[in-house]
Design a protein around this ligand. Structure first.
Ligand code: 13P
Length: 220
């Protein structure tokens, strides 16, 4: 299985989301899983319509239960419209909201309890600690996304021998069998490079353009 996950981050408004859906006309092949992490305000809207792609969330509350938590979205809020996956630990959450590996793994735990697969993002400096914290979980209950911070939104995607060496190291540090995606300036023109190395890709900017994202799905 290859995972092609888009991340819209805090982009698009309702009209733009509708335009995306109208232009999106891709039949997902059986051996590929395609999902788009949308701003949560659009999630239920998209999850309850036939739109041809799977909407997922970009984050989840650290609080596992519903209650007096203004502004939070819990796994219990999602009951009945659960996404198959949810991102956690994106570098922008780590950078802008000070999220640590402990916080991220606590969120991942809430998701796993609700049978939602977390896609846990990390850069190399967080890797060793994250791997230790994940030891208690079966590798098939989560996905990882290696996103080198310098490659995010810069057009400087990592590739070649450097990335091969990094992926080798990453696979040694995490439990055998863990599925690992690559993210960071993935575009239609470079996505084929990640085919043999990773189990899929996490795509930011290029996932906002339906035609380009469709090409990525085809070539990934
Ligand atoms: P870009 O593809 O825009 O570099 O973003 C990568 C990313 O952060 C995906 O989560």
């Amino acid at each position: 299985m290859r995972y092609i996950i888009g991340n819209w981050k805090a982009n698009l408004n309702l009209e733009e989301v509708d335009n995306f859906c109208q232009e999106w006309n891709v039949a997902t092949p059986n051996e590929k899983t395609v999902a788009l992490a949308v701003p949560c305000v659009f999630y239920a809207y998209l999850a309850t319509r036939k739109i041809g792609f799977t909407p997922i969330l970009q984050d989840i509350s650290i609080f596992g239960e519903n209650g007096a938590r203004t502004g939070e979205i819990t796994v219990e809020n999602l009951r009945g419209i659960e996404p198959p996956f949810t991102l956690v630990g994106h570098s922008e959450r780590r950078r802008d909201f000070g999220e640590t590996n402990e916080v991220i793994v606590a969120k991942a735990k809430n998701l796993m309890r609700a049978k939602i697969t977390p896609i846990i993002c990390f850069d190399l400096e967080q890797m060793e600690e994250l791997a230790k914290l994940l030891q208690e979980f079966a590798p098939k209950t989560y996905l990882l996304a290696y996103e080198p911070v310098d490659a995010i939104g810069t057009g400087k995607n990592l590739s070649g021998e450097l990335l091969q060496a990094q992926f080798k190291l990453i696979r040694q540090v995490f439990a055998p069998g863990t599925k690992i995606l690559y993210g960071g300036s993935v575009k239609a023109e470079n996505v084929a490079q990640y085919h043999d190395l990773s189990d899929g890709v996490l795509v930011g900017g290029a996932s906002l353009k339906p035609q380009e994202f469709a090409q990525i799905v085809e070539r990934a």
